[in-house]
Design a protein around this ligand. Structure first.
Ligand SMILES: C[S@@+](CC[C@H](N)C(=O)[O-])C[C@H]1O[C@@H](n2cnc3c(N)ncnc32)[C@H](O)[C@@H]1O
Length: 195
């Protein structure tokens, strides 16, 4: 099922998975962002605001973009200061050099090829701006419970080296790369790339 339809259906129950999703980050995201007070940040594929709400609480000016209107409705109910935008990460409706940071967690797993998204991120970031993205190690889409039964949302696996390669081919500089592990295996790749 495509993301928009799937997440519209999944929105009401999405926050039940918060602890599970957090476990793929092990509190590594916020320290990588540092002091964000007053900074303009886009959460691309923000969902119900798992990250966006915390960034706003820390004093950033947060924009939350998502293809699913239902996910954004849940987000808005938590924080009215966040500007929500229904849209596609592959066609960001913002002008060039607009954001200090763009964050995107658990989103490229839904893109067959993240190149277009990364290119758009580069365009709307300010010079020297940074992009934090996560890449979950997921080879098969999980089943998601919705009011219409179990569904699977279109997902793709991305090799960590390939993700780095695409970013560098678009002129990003990779500043940091962290692998969250479970035992010997990586479960999530977190990258900070600078324009
Ligand atoms: C697994 S959820 C992650 C939500 C949030 N970033 C988080 O970490 O909890 C994936 C989100 O990406 C959104 N999404 C998927 N493809 C998208 C696209 N092409 N453009 C915008 N949003 C997209 C979905 O609607 C969904 O809200």
């Amino acid at each position: 099922m495509p993301s928009r339809t799937g997440y519209d259906l999944a929105a009401a129950g999405y926050d039940k998975k918060e602890k599970y999703l957090n476990s793929f980050e092990q509190n590594k995201i916020l320290p990588l962002l540092g002091d964000i007070r007053g900074l303009k940040i886009l959460d691309a594929g923000a969902g119900t605001g798992r990250l966006a709400v915390e960034l706003s609480r820390q004093g950033a000016k947060v924009f939350a973009l998502d293809v699913s209107e239902e996910m954004l409705k849940v987000l808005s109910s938590k924080d009215k200061k966040i500007k929500t935008v229904i849209g596609d990460v592959e066609e960001l409706p913002f002008e060039e050099n607009f954001f200090d940071w763009i964050v995107s967690a658990f989103v490229i797993v839904h893109l067959k090829d993240p190149t277009r998204f990364f290119d758009e991120v580069y365009r709307v970031l300010k010079d020297g701006g940074r992009f934090l993205l996560t890449n979950i190690n997921q080879k098969e889409p999980p089943e998601v419970d919705t009011r219409e039964g179990k569904i699977k949302i279109e997902s793709y696996y991305h090799r960590p080296e390939k993700v780095r390669e695409i970013l560098e081919s678009l002129a990003f500089t990779i500043e940091k790369e962290v692998f969250v592990k479970e035992g010997e295996n990586w479960i999530n790749q977190i990258i900070v790339a600078k324009k």
